[in-house]
Design a protein around this ligand. Sequence first.
Ligand code: SAM
Length: 248
Amino acid sequence: MKYETKKWWEASSKKYQEECKIPIDIHYGPGSPNEKHYKLLGNLKGKNILEIGCGGAQCGIAMAKQGAKVIGIDISEEQLRFAKELAKKNKVRIQLYNGNIKKLPQIKSNSQDIVFSAFALHYVDDLHSCFKDVYRVLKKNGLFVFSLGHPIYSTANSKTLKIENSYFDIGKRTFVFSDPTKKFVYYKRNVGDLHNTLVENGFFVEKIIEPDSRKRYSYDPWYGLWDYTPQLMKMAPATIIFKARKIK
Ligand SMILES: C[S@@+](CC[C@H](N)C(=O)[O-])C[C@H]1O[C@@H](n2cnc3c(N)ncnc32)[C@H](O)[C@@H]1O
């Protein structure tokens, strides 16, 4: 079904936001230090920033508080409803669009200083199409910084720590939990695939970061939830971060 992911997030947004209580912060994901630690984005004052797969826009709001002009796009109207309320509570303005980030028709070419995404791109079926459009909307020298689930993490059982899935087994993964009408779908891509998709779309990759998840970061809202067990986080990175640049 084409919109499994949208259906999932429309149904799960409320519970997800209540369960995680994500702080207003530029975060990168489970088991990862935040932007204050990594300093990948530089000074945000006056910068045009597009956040793709913005969810509740906790990152976008933190960026707006630092003086950036932020646009957020998400496939889920429920997530955007939450984001709109949260922006209002935090007294910042961010522009929000509902759409599939596989394409970015809402955004003008060469208009953005930074495109940012935290933990959303593993839900996108066509990463080539997405990266091509991210390249189009970035200004020359613009930054594309994103994080997603580290592909090594999902090879192991989070409780027994036994390897259950091959690292080489890539592609669509579908999970059904208590409600059989809703499917949790993500796309597993290896580190090489992710790097090469960036390069094939014209990006220069400046950094790949594998955050050390052996330590608990006080601001990490996902630590201990679902598969983010302290046992497995001690053994493998849960998150991977890419910093790439449009150099031409
Ligand atoms: C785990 S949440 C992360 C949200 C936010 N970036 C954060 O760090 O809190 C993943 C988000 O990606 C969105 N998403 C998934 N697939 C998408 C797509 N194809 N286009 C736009 N948004 C998508 C979901 O609706 C959800 O809000």
